[in-house]
Design a binder for this molecule. Structure first.
Ligand SMILES: Cc1cc2nc3c(=O)[nH]c(=O)nc-3n(C[C@H](O)[C@H](O)[C@H](O)COP(=O)(O)OP(=O)(O)OC[C@H]3O[C@@H](n4cnc5c(N)ncnc54)[C@H](O)[C@@H]3O)c2cc1C
Ligand code: FES
Length: 357
């Protein structure tokens, strides 16, 4: 099971009015532990007002470049951790960080000859930026077409960096910005603001179709990476399906913003048998608690990070009984068929259940 390590904050940089990036110093003895693939995330742990809280943040740095690990955090309205990071974290602070993880990544190789379509919106730029920079730096023959949506020009994260990449790799990197609430009252689809050209609107089905039509794939071996709010992900995926892009070419990262409205009732005080780190634990699951929370409250240490059904860190196998997952943005249909569950989202539906981590 992955453990937390204390990493020192090397740099804190204001990226926009509402977003900050933080770079960490990884000591030499942890280099290997903190190796990562472009697109993966870190889980950070804080103690805020006496409560232990964990949140995942995608790495925006590139593993191919010799640079510190960096995450970009955008404030969420009333959000506990995102505001704590933006308001309080400073250079020299020690933060508990779990080694990189995640199934959303690009398999970047020097000899690849691919077309990458990158779709992102808002803070969804973070893993996309890591993929983008790694591909451009490593794969000299690959082409990258990217569309990035934001509300206003001021809310674009990493704009300077993106513009510099466009300048440097203009022969094989195309970037279109799209703004949903530009300051001026634009009536046309396209407008120029300062020296830049922006598209008006969101990254929606219409924008995706237009984008692919405008920039047809170059290398046949094509991959599509999507990260942004839930509706943006759904609309982008739907648009790709209408042009027959196969599922295995589409890679999605969700930050899990939508709170679950699920009202399924759990079996009250069901008996839980959990096999965890060689120990067999038996407890009953109190009303309203998930399998994961029950174990944590019993003083056990099950693996978890996002607690939102997104990251799959809490994945385990259901050996007997039935459960209901309130949210599942991590497991494939096949994994669910094979009996895997997300313990952070699981409530019991039968008198007893048995799981194995
Ligand atoms: C794999 C993964 C990678 C992630 N990478 C990043 C990243 O690179 N940068 C980044 O800024 N965030 C990222 N997130 C989101 C991040 O983990 C937190 O969920 C986010 O910072 C909000 O946490 P909070 O404690 O501030 O809000 P909370 O206190 O948990 O939530 C407060 C309220 O805001 C809503 N909410 C929670 N998250 C969001 C959201 N993302 N958008 C809109 N509303 C929300 C909740 O429903 C709740 O009502 C990632 C999440 C996952 C699972
Ligand atoms: S902890 Fe992330 S899916 Fe359960």
């Amino acid at each position: 099971m992955a453990n937390f390590h204390q990493l020192k904050v090397l740099e804190v940089k204001k990226e926009t009015k509402h977003a900050t990036s933080i770079a960490f110093d990884v000591p030499m003895e942890l280099y290997e532990t903190f190796n990562y693939k472009p697109g993966q995330y870190l889980t950070l742990k804080f103690n805020i007002n006496g409560e232990e809280v964990r949140r995942s943040y995608s790495l925006c740095s590139s593993p191919a470049l010799e640079e510190p690990l960096r995450v970009g955090v955008k404030r969420v309205k009333d959000g506990l951790v995102s505001n704590h990071i933006n308001d309080n974290i400073k250079v020299g602070d020690l933060v508990d960080v779990m080694p990189p993880d995640g199934r959303f990544f690009a398999d970047v190789k020097k000899d690849n000859y691919k077309t990458y379509y990158l779709f992102s919106a808002g803070s969804g730029i973070t893993p996309i930026l890591s993929i983008l920079r790694t591909v451009l730096f490593t794969e000299a023959r690959s082409y990258v077409y990217m569309i990035y949506g934001n509300r206003t020009e001021e809310s674009i994260m990493f704009k300077q960096e993106l513009d510099a990449l466009q300048e440097k790799y203009g022969d094989r990197f195309i970037l279109e910005y799209t703004l949903s609430r530009p300051k001026s009252s634009w009536s046309d689809l396209w407008k120029t603001s300062n020296e830049h050209i922006f598209r008006k609107g969101r990254v929606d089905a219409e924008a995706v179709k237009w984008f692919i039509n405008e920039y047809p794939l170059y290398a046949q071996n094509t991959e599509y990476y999507i990260c942004g709010p839930g509706t943006m992900i759904e609309n982008t995926k739907k648009a790709l399906k209408t042009i027959d892009v196969p599922d295995e070419r589409i890679f999605i990262e969700s930050f899990g913003a939508n709170a679950s409205k699920d009202t399924t009732e759990a079996f009250e005080n069901a008996k839980l048998t959990a096999n965890l780190n060689g120990e067999t634990i038996q407890v009953s699951i109190p009303k309203g608690k998930t399998v994961l929370r029950t174990l944590i409250d019993a003083g056990k240490k099950p693996p978890y990070s996002c607690e939102g059904g997104v990251c799959s860190t809490c994945m385990c196998k259901l050996k007997s009984g039935k459960i209901h997952m309130k949210n599942n943005l991590a497991l494939t249909d096949k994994e669910v068929e094979q009996g895997y569950i997300l313990s952070c989202q699981s409530i019991p539906l039968t008198e007893s259940i048995e799981i194995e981590y």
